[in-house]
Write a protein that binds this ligand. Sequence first.
Ligand code: SF4
Length: 505
Amino acid sequence: MFRTATRGGDGGAQVAQHALHGTQYPFRLNMYTEPPVQDITVEEFEGWALDRLRVLAEIETGFARNQGWPEMKATIEKRASEYLPLRSNTAATSRSGSSSQEREIQLERQRDHVSHFVLQLAFSRSEELRRRFIHAETALFRWKLETEHIAERDAFLRSQDFAWHVAPSEDQRQWREQLAAVHPRLAPTIDSEQFLLVPWHRVPDLVERRRVFVYRGTAWVPTREQLSLVIAEFQARLQDKLEATARALPRLDEDDRLMPVLEHLSMGFMAGATTDYSNAALVGADGENVTVTADMVSALVRKHAPLCMRHLHETLSATHHLRHYARLQYNLFLKELGLPVEEALLFWRRMFSTMTDDKFNKEHRYNIRHGYGLEGRRMNYPAKSCARIIMQDPPGPQDAHGCPFRHFSPANLSAALSTHYHVSPDEQQEIINAAKAGHYHVACTRLFEVTHNVARGQGLGDGESVAHPNRYMEASWRLAQGGESTTTTTTTTTMSAPPEASATS
Ligand code: SF4
């Protein structure tokens, strides 16, 4: 269990002392040198990490969509304010003396600290996860560094024990010609510039781009490049820590409280964000939830469902049969969609048209009701999220469940896209490339955009990526209604006719 660490350094000594300096978390920025050592509950352990994961998943999606840094910064800003708010010390200054506000800021920083280390545990287990985690965390750190108040940032940097120091002026005079040659724009003022002496392997990008003078293994970095230096240092330290954590991880295997949580978290990262509950019922024009009937399922699914559910429906229609995991995936999806259990029984009975009543009642009635929480342990099972569909119970050759972007071969995916959607060859190739690169939710989100005439980057709306089949469905439905995003699960009404077609075929 975590226990709270005390932040190292007393950087505040060199700047005007802020009320938060000297507290447990004196700065908004954190190099995550020390692990937290405070007792927290398993719920906090998972909940805080899930919130951070949502921000990191959004960053990953941005990279997969080739977002530029300004666009990426805006994305991080938006998601971080939602899931990982982190106010600067200057926010507390505006109402100095407000101890409750200072406590809130400390709690935000504690959540940031703890969630970072929980995800370190979750993502240290494979080379692929480590690489992706470092990439996303470094972008998040860069955003914090660039958006921090300058005085606070300087105070933070002074509090750190970095492996560099300012070059002595006599050495700098000795190498002034070489320094001016590498930095022509600094040449006129080269004697008044300051340089930091850094081991060259700490700044591989600057060395590679020939943007530093290197002598005897030491790189001379202008202080104006200090932020690149800090980011490279953050990345290098994180890499070292993740490798050390991976070596220590087998010792955690026996903890049956934490391992399922860590597995769930890493699963979510591979598949975008992670959530089991989509909270995505269909809302009618009157603002009330739509109750779906058995008669409406085919039209709704063919017009609004994502490819995974579309494939299940077409397989069921063609073969009048689905194997166990496929039935499970589709039954829960339809339940979440708003299909009441009586209508579900009617729907499945009709679809299993080659089966006798007796066989249906013996083999399927119970399982359908079980999915609705009406049999057995009476659990309210959530519809499966993309993370679960993508990462759990991989389909065999005879199975129809799973995620087509993850489980279809490129040829089969291409055939499925051509069969079910009107997409141009270029768009199809872009989608297949994203799937091949392992960005399944990005491929699915792009398919949504091109089949709903939604601008690139808008996703399901407001930049949201696909993370749950029911959210995809709800967003498609909402667009067809011509309305804004309004998801609710509180009231119901019956709709008598299927909705208008969206842009999907
Ligand atoms: Fe279905 Fe999610 Fe795969 Fe899209 S990404 S096809 S919604 S599992």
